[in-house]
Write a protein that binds this ligand. Structure first.
Ligand SMILES: Cc1cc2nc3c(=O)[nH]c(=O)nc-3n(C[C@H](O)[C@H](O)[C@H](O)COP(=O)(O)OP(=O)(O)OC[C@H]3O[C@@H](n4cnc5c(N)ncnc54)[C@H](O)[C@@H]3O)c2cc1C
Length: 286
């Protein structure tokens, strides 16, 4: 931070929105884990920081009959340890626990990680598989977006410059539903080389809804919608599940990576899609 940097610490969502409207080129500060690194390396040097850590109502995890709602500044450790999250959407706690190390998990926030839209992030594929809703505010509006339309490119999301991400609303995983998440990384808790989240819901023996979302192989997480659609109306037998995982690996474009071949990553997409579908099926049936 330079001596000229202006620093604000508003206490309400309304004041944040007003600042985003009125200040020149303001930058929101949440856990500072990614932003801090960018500033340290001189990649960005914001003149005006709006710290949202003291904003009323952004630090809570709440539950109703259908959803768990996580405020933007809930940190990864709180997501990982929350009884509410464990009970209603355990896969989200699992994903939070996969992020980096304890220090980063204690400071980094679910809103920051979502707004940052890191293509290797742990939350984005999970939020898409869960059909979560990302809620933001401007001075005039509250905007709700499906997670599936939120991540728009390489570190790019649908938020405009005057929008504050306020909360993430996640449907509770109920009876007959299951979700699996798997991450392949070089070392434990490192960034993902490939990560996949899959969701299945059943009506009796028949699959009603299926989603397979692949992260880290492209500029944003990609839903393998055609592959998932193959499962709908089936009983998701081993053969059907394996065929859908193979189809997902064919459907999702895999970008080249300097350290891992596209073929290897594609084979890992298939492998992780299969594993996550098995987990989702097992969870849905128990
Ligand atoms: C060494 C290292 C390893 C990591 N490993 C992983 C990993 O394995 N998996 C993983 O998923 N993540 C990983 N991360 C990222 C981590 O999850 C960060 O916590 C996250 O990317 C940013 O969250 P933050 O709260 O620190 O946001 P900040 O760094 O404060 O902000 C990040 C960006 O989001 C914007 N922003 C923040 N909050 C909001 C909001 N509410 N509304 C609008 N814009 C907002 C900021 O302006 C900034 O542009 C890693 C980070 C580091 C430094």
């Amino acid at each position: 931070m330079s001596a000229q940097t202006e620093y604000y610490r508003p206490e309400t969502v309304d004041s944040v929105c007003q600042m985003l409207d009125e200040l020149t080129d303001p930058t929101i500060v949440a856990g500072m884990q990614s932003l801090g690194l960018l500033m340290k390396e001189g990649i960005v040097s914001p003149d005006t920081l709006v710290d949202i850590n003291g904003v009323e109502g952004l630090g809570e995890i709440e539950r109703d009959d259908d959803h768990v709602t996580l405020g933007a500044v809930v940190n990864h450790s709180d997501v990982e340890r929350s009884d509410v999250v464990h009970d209603a959407v355990p896969v989200l706690a699992e994903a939070a626990g996969e992020i980096a190390d304890l220090q980063i998990r204690n400071a980094g926030t679910i809103g920051g990680a979502t707004a940052y839209a890191d293509p290797t992030g742990d939350y984005p594929p999970v939020l898409m598989a869960l059909a979560a809703t990302i809620v933001s505010r401007t001075t005039d509006d509250e905007i709700e977006r499906d997670a599936g339309e939120f991540f728009t490119g390489f570190y790019e999301c649908a938020l405009g410059p005057t929008e504050l991400l306020t909360e993430i609303r996640v449907p509770r995983v109920g009876d007959g539903e299951g979700v699996g998440y798997e991450k392949l990384a070089y070392r434990e808790n490192d960034r993902a080389v490939v990560n996949v989240a899959s969701y299945l819901s059943f009506d009796g023996d028949e699959c009603e809804t299926a989603r397979i979302v692949v992260g880290s192989v492209s500029d944003r997480p990609i839903a393998a919608s055609d592959a998932a659609a193959e499962l709908v109306g089936t009983e998701v037998t081993d053969e059907e599940l394996e065929a859908a995982a193979a189809a997902a690996a064919e459907e999702v474009p895999v970008d080249p990576d300097p350290s891992v071949s596209a073929e290897y990553r594609q084979s890992m997409v298939r492998n992780l899609a299969e594993k996550t579908l098995r987990t989702a099926r097992e969870e849905a049936r128990t």
